[in-house]
Ligand binder design. Sequence first.
Ligand code: PMP
Length: 393
Amino acid sequence: MHSEALNRLFYKHVGQTSSAPLALQIERAEGIYMYAKDKTYIDCISGISVSNVGHGNAKVIEAAKAQLDHYMHLMVYGEMVQEPQVNLATKLTSVLPASLNSVYYVNSGSEAIEGAMKLAKRVTGRHQFTAQYLAYHGGTHGALSLMSDAYFSRKFVPLLPGITFIHQNDLSELNTAITEETAAVFIEPIMGEKGYVCCDLAYLKAIRKRCDETGTLLVFDEIQSGYGRCGYLFALEKYGITPDILILAKGFGGGMPLGCFIADKKNMDLFQDNPVLGHITTFGGHPVSCAASLATLNFIIDNDLAEKANAKEKEFRRLLVHPNIKHVTGTGLMLAIDLEDKIYCRQVIDKCVNAGLLVDWFLYSEHKIRLAPPLIIENEAIEKICGIILENL
Ligand code: PMP
């Protein structure tokens, strides 16, 4: 279709989430590149932390195609022994702490958050939750309830009652915000939409301790940090802290839609009974997504992509020196350039996109530029990216 007609029909018939979408027409994507008809873009955001092993990764495509040849959807979640689900859960739990041994598959991050909230209610018999100010957990009603920013939630009230918010890295609030009434505390170990800000080790240790004292479940939302992006396979390794529930999505599917929450089997089994079907999904753990996810995980491990992200972070930090850059925050290949000024930041982002570099902003930190390239990125491309950014500052 002609690109103008395509554009017109996009606005006419495809539901929009903002009045100013990027609206690029990408025809093909490979590695760190996206190709439009007359322009090539370097993807420095990975579809917001999704394309960790690069676009069109041959191993992922091969695995997905092989599964397509066997079967797609067979039956609603949990009824059939689907080998791709079993293989992925087996591999995943082999690289996680022993207590994270049962994987419940869903389709997205928001759904995984909902499932984790329901599981925490079943395990504890409580219904109150604690979450961080300026965390992002998703667009469904439960996930939205865990988000402090009224701008995004006020038109959707009433939301869930009984939610308490804590400030990142502030230990003084923990005793009052986490009590014997709290079902679970939801934590982003590296806060995403706040602008890639790492939690302190002492803060996470204090939360873990307080959860243990009060019988509260600790939930890590690793939807952005997981699958190698933070410089470890999971941020829980970076901190040496084991949550009671781990949530994955985004890069977890290797470009296919997939999410999960992982817990101890004795807790997860509560969904089986009283009521049966305690959580339910038709497509959760789609076999093609699970095959793609396993190939992605193997690719990350076989190529040391998580560990290598740390050297790549250093390279970004070495090159991103400019009087207008206040700080570079984040870890691994989830980095943010802090420019302090929101309007200026937006101008720089627009100029970079015009120059063929896809960077982005953050929901709650509009003065920061998001850098989250595919983990396969090489130093030469990092140099090119930083060159474009510096030129446009
Ligand atoms: N948690 C975090 C940390 C996220 O970044 C996101 C998505 N931006 C979500 C949850 C929600 O995931 P999804 O969009 O797949 O529902």
